[in-house]
Design a protein around this ligand. Structure first.
Ligand code: BES
Ligand code: ZN
Ligand code: ZN
Length: 521
């Protein structure tokens, strides 16, 4: 294990000695002849001069993630100058900065370089329309997050693994004005915390099902909590029985691996003499932690089943978010409930036709044992309410239907409360993650009405499967403001991008964290 050195420096970029200096650029083409196509986001004359010839050649278009490498740049102490495109200047947001920083880091890794300096994007050299409306702290944070998130390669199980992890990340800004340097520093510090939390979640998702059993997930969550200073309790079968979590227990009963009910608690420490008001919100973060989903007796087909180790991505998102919450210390109480089990077919497994009683007292007819996520969450949501949560959010790789509806770009979001939804939508502007709202109004309730029990665990119609699942969860959220994130399509990066490899994405960690912070007193 190697440890990365991270530094933020306020100095002239040209005077910094590094194996590689990355400078960002945007596409400013107007379509008129003889006008420049690309602008560098730097105020350094030396950098501008070193890149002048190649910029004038128009070989580099500054599309998002595009790279161009120059060796021994004239007038710079850096051994190499890497130009990194952020796309069109007009549509520049912090998200492009996050991706661009990631592209820079991944580009050096393939070249065997392990130290990088990123020039903090500056645009006083340009007209006013570009970076001016992007807050410095967010820009700095996105830059740092992008660099550290992209850094991961999921090769720890390769016996011939070569360690290509970053040794040094330096961010350099020529800024000297005190409030601005303070803002940049704040973003840099936060970015590291957020990226580490997201990477922690991703590492959990990457683990194969034979390694990361529910028990092991409980151990890793508990170890994180000890390190971060959170309270953590990990329970198993006996507690599920005691709490009468009949839905969660039904899913778990087919496996020799015992379930894990993980409860992590963050209590804000306020200044002396201050207390949170009695009616202060308590946020409940509930995660689906199926460490492997075979489908159970309603067995999945073999093709692609290996991917179902990722069926604990919702749980990982909550554990990651709690990690960052512990370090960023918002003034709001947060309780996270993770319901972890393995969904297996066996002689003891639950079956289609079974009727189980959830902790809330509702009876559920099982139609398909592959719709197990909503069952474990039903008890997790209800339990969170009994622990005093006033607002609930859950994350789950819940339905293939959500992937059919939204593809792999947007995750699904459902809510029974517009105000709570709006707070989350705002949070995504900071996180840069994409969620698309789908309905769960009572008109859809017929879809889960059962002949013999209160509700059934799959929709009566084959249409709108993501909504049927949300309707099921809504029964257990009840009147409590609640958000459901269906991350089935976004939790695993299926495609390689300049800023990420194939593998776990860590989606939702950043948005959940920001949503939590929006309740800070
Ligand atoms: N973990 C899956 C969701 C899933 C399926 C994610 C396919 C990615 C791809 C979930 O437990 C599940 O199997 N859901 C079923 C529900 C159905 C039986 C109503 C599904 O989506 O097919
Ligand atoms: Zn399933
Ligand atoms: Zn599942």
């Amino acid at each position: 294990m190697s440890y990365m050195d991270t530094k933020l420096l306020f100095q002239d970029v040209a005077g910094f000695a590094t194996p590689l200096l990355a400078v960002f650029a945007v596409d400013i083409a107007t379509g008129k002849d003889a006008e420049p196509l690309v602008a560098l986001l730097t105020t350094s004359d030396a950098v501008t001069k070193a890149a002048a010839e190649v910029i004038a050649s128009n070989e580099f278009k500054a599309t998002l993630g595009e790279q161009l490498l120059l060796h021994a740049p004239d007038g710079l102490k850096a051994e190499r100058l890497l130009l990194v495109g952020l796309g069109k200047a007009k549509s520049l947001s912090v998200d492009e900065v996050r991706k661009g920083a990631g592209a820079a880091v991944r580009a050096i890794k393939t070249r065997g370089i392990r130290k990088i300096a990123l020039a903090f994007p500056e645009d006083r050299a340009l007209s006013d329309e570009h970076l001016d409306n992007l807050p410095c702290t967010l820009l700095s944070r996105a830059l740092t997050e992008g660099a550290l998130i992209s850094e991961k390669d999921w090769d720890t199980y390769k016996s011939d693994r070569v360690d290509r992890s970053l040794e040094e990340l330096v961010v350099i800004s020529p800024e000297s004005e005190e409030t601005t340097t303070h803002e940049i520093q704040l973003g840099f510090d936060e970015g590291q915390i957020v990226a580490e939390a997201q990477n922690f979640a991703r590492a959990l998702v990457n683990e194969p099902g034979n390694v990361l059993t529910p028990t092991e997930l409980g151990k890793r969550a508990a170890a994180m909590c000890v390190e971060a200073g959170l309270k953590c309790e990990v329970y198993s079968t006996a507690k599920l029985e005691e709490l009468k979590m009949g839905a969660f227990a039904a899913v778990a009963q087919g496996s020799v691996q015992p379930p894990a009910l993980i409860v992590m608690t963050y209590e804000p420490k306020l200044e002396k003499g201050k207390t949170l008001p009695a009616d202060a919100p308590v946020l409940g973060l509930v995660g689906k932690g199926i460490t492997f989903d075979t489908g159970g007796i309603s067995l999945k087909s073999a093709e692609g089943m290996e991917k179902m180790k990722y069926d604990m991505s919702g749980a990982a998102a909550m554990i990651g978010a709690m990690h960052a919450i512990a370090r960023l210390k918002p003034a709001v109480k947060v309780v996270s409930v993770v319901c972890s089990a393995e969904n297996m077919p066996s002689g003891t497994a639950y079956k289609p036709g079974d009727v189980v009683t959830a902790m809330s007292g509702k009876t559920i007819e099982i139609l398909n044992t592959d719709a197990e996520g909503r069952l474990v969450l039903a008890d997790g949501l209800h339990y969170a309410k009994t622990l005093g949560c006033t607002h609930l959010i859950n994350a789950a790789t819940l339905t293939g239907a959500c992937v059919v509806a939204l593809g792999i770009i947007n995750a699904g979001i459902f809510s029974n409360d517009d105000e709570t939804y709006e707070k989350f939508a705002k949070a995504t502007q900071i996180s840069g993650e994409k969620f698309w709202r789908l309905p769960c109004t009572d008109d859809y309730k017929d879809q889960i009405r059962s002949q013999i029990a209160d509700i059934m665990n799959t929709g009566g119609s084959r249409w709108g499967g993501a909504i049927s699942a949300a309707m099921f969860l809504k029964e257990f959220a009840g009147e409590t403001p609640w958000i459901h994130l269906d991350i089935a399509g976004c939790a695993w990066n299926e495609e390689v991008k300049p800023w990420h490899p194939k593998g776990p994405s860590g989606v939702a960690v950043r948005s959940i964290l920001e949503w939590v912070r929006s309740y800070s007193a």
